[in-house]
Design a protein around this ligand. Sequence first.
Ligand code: MG
Length: 283
Amino acid sequence: MHERNLNRRRLLATVLAGGVVPFAPGCSEASERDAECDADLQNALLWAVAWKQSAAEYGALCYQAYNVARMQLDTALATPHGKPLAVIADMDDTILHAASYWGHLVSMNRDFFDDAIWDAWIPKNLVTAVPGSIEFFRYCEANRVETFYVTSRDQGERSFELALGHLQHLAFPYADPQHLTVFRDSSDKSPARDKLAASHDIALLIGDNLNDYKRDYYVTDIDQRMALMERDRDDFGRKFIVLPNPTDGHWVRAIFGESEPAPTEENRRKLKAAATRNAWDGR
Ligand SMILES: [Mg+2]
């Protein structure tokens, strides 16, 4: 049997047996497009990243979020408030889009978030603005509503400098040290929220992770997280503006028990279990 066909049969047998297909180290040459190379097409990240990269619906959801934010800000501006108004925004996947990082990750045949590649990508300043974000924060600035950026990032001693650099690179309003908080050692943003609430009326919180709204969502049980979301259902689009993110966040932690799970066979099984938790039985 031709080696290419043999490899395809082995791949098919592996898939049918429920096994995990290994990723080929390099498949750039057309002559190497055999079954081993086809294995990288099994990457579990493909759908999510393709959606982020190519779906007009992704951009539309971002514009929708920021259009709703503007409507809510107008309401807040028209309502008597004792303290100055402020908006709190997360950074990654809320105002900053990391398309080239995710594309690179997939091109490297990685199917899980990779911290080392992320840390190498950050200083390259390849980040772009989430659709609608800059316009919204300029609108805030024009109405004298301060924006405070709060992020959990850890690129070592340069974390703050690099985060501020991204804000300034894209010319976001209030891109200065007084309006940026970087939590290197924790994803708990509540200290920043509590501190700001003492001096400002917080008109809106904006994020892609429900943990950007309340720490309650930092739990590792999917059903518990869903129940919290139902509890807060009236707040979405009112107090908290949600941006879409199908690749990372604390929804990942609820599946794997950690936010940045390792690319292991056990974790790929957990991912499949999450994807099939409400599956139709076929009858
Ligand atoms: Mg985020």
